[in-house]
Ligand binder design. Structure first.
Ligand code: ACO
Length: 319
């Protein structure tokens, strides 16, 4: 049987790094409030010329290099984003052009903060059915463009960035994606949404969120979906080396780990440096922990995320 193996990872952040203290110059908030409620200390904010596609392409180049491949080896590009450069063409095709890839399947996926998990699931299926041997799976976002900078309950929580993974088909490998569990419940759309769009207001719109209710759903759904994905992979929670979660809030990470009986020491935490980068956050955290030596080849990882929709998912992968 063919498995989708993580051959390489990469990430990219905008040059500008903004501290909580810097935010207090324009937003009625404090460093203490933000750190205590969320764990966030910094976020990167994109300059006008740094876009979802350029950040995604930078992350992708590093992932391709880490995999020891050339851009021309890539046959499939799946890019998860809720903040595309334009309504169309897709940001995936823009990344394709920036990398000079001649012929590939390329498209975007919209599942907000769970987008990368959805993209991994789709790319894994397409690899296993023979569409491509090497796939780029990218999460890239510029949420700073859709934040209401007058709304202190949301604008302090998010940042911009991109992460990418090269998935490669390998026969009879011990490594690779072992299971993927994806879910959605459209009944909660009003708890986390953007108040604009091409087919309704004709505007881009701004992010709106009922934070407290999102928090409650997040912990329940994430603990449940990790349990399902582990069961499908036929592994026990005690065998997990690292949880690589969507980085929304340190308290969600702690509460979820506790529900699964996993010590927080086995959770990759990057929220202090990146804030919530939506679809970029899981691959950003993954690449950070691989490059700093925390995650090693052969280890068992659980990637998980939850986001607007609601959508949520978990992937069990042996790195
Ligand atoms: N600075 C200072 N004070 C603030 C700020 C701010 N930036 N924002 C809100 N406050 C005030 C509020 O006005 C309120 O004041 P009041 O009591 O006088 O009315 C007080 O802080 C408490 O506000 P709450 O919203 O009740 O605070 P809560 O403890 O719920 O924390 C938070 C808010 C951090 C948003 C939390 O609900 C949360 O993390 N929710 C999850 C949301 C999330 O992570 N979403 C990401 C997308 S989905 C996902 O990724 C899982």
């Amino acid at each position: 049987t063919v498995r989708s193996v993580i051959a390489g990872t990469g990430s990219a952040l905008p040059a500008r790094r903004v501290s909580n203290a810097e935010l207090t110059e324009t937003v009625d908030t404090t460093d203490e409030w933000i750190v205590e409620r969320t764990g966030i200390r910094f976020r990167h904010i994109a300059a006008p010329e740094e876009t979802t596609a350029t950040l995604g392409a930078d992350a992708a180049r590093k992932a391709i290099a880490a995999a020891g491949l050339e851009p021309s080896d890539i046959g499939l590009i799946v890019l998860a984003t809720a903040t595309p450069d334009q309504t169309f063409p897709s940001s995936a095709t823009k990344v394709q052009a920036l990398l000079g890839i001649q012929d590939a399947v390329a498209f975007d996926i919209g599942a907000v903060c769970s987008g990368f998990l959805y993209a991994m699931g789709v790319a894994d299926s397409m690899i296993r059915t023979g569409t491509a041997k090497h796939a780029l799976v990218i999460g890239s976002e510029t949420f700073s463009r859709i934040l209401d900078w007058e709304d202190r309950t949301t604008c302090v929580l998010f940042g911009d960035g991109a992460g990418a993974v090269v998935l490669s088909a390998e026969k009879d490998s011990e490594r690779g994606i072992l299971s993927s569990s994806l879910h959605a419940d459209g009944g909660h759309g009003e708890l986390l949404y953007v108040d604009g769009g091409p087919s309704t207001t004709g505007t881009v719109g701004k992010l709106r969120m009922k934070g407290r209710e999102v928090f409650r759903h997040a912990v329940t759904n994430l603990a449940s979906v990790m349990g399902i994905a582990l069961e499908q992979a036929e592994v026990d929670a005690s065998e997990v080396d690292w949880v690589v979660p969507h980085q929304a809030n340190i308290r969600i990470l702690e509460a979820t780990a506790k529900k699964l009986g996993l010590p927080i020491e086995r959770v990759v935490v990057t929220v202090a440096e990146h804030a919530n980068t939506s679809a970029a956050s899981v691959p950003l955290a993954l690449d950070t922990a691989i490059r700093d030596g925390r995650i090693k080849r052969g280890q068992l990882l659980v990637l998980e995320a939850m986001g607007g929709g609601f959508t949520w998912g978990a992937t069990v992968v042996r790195y």
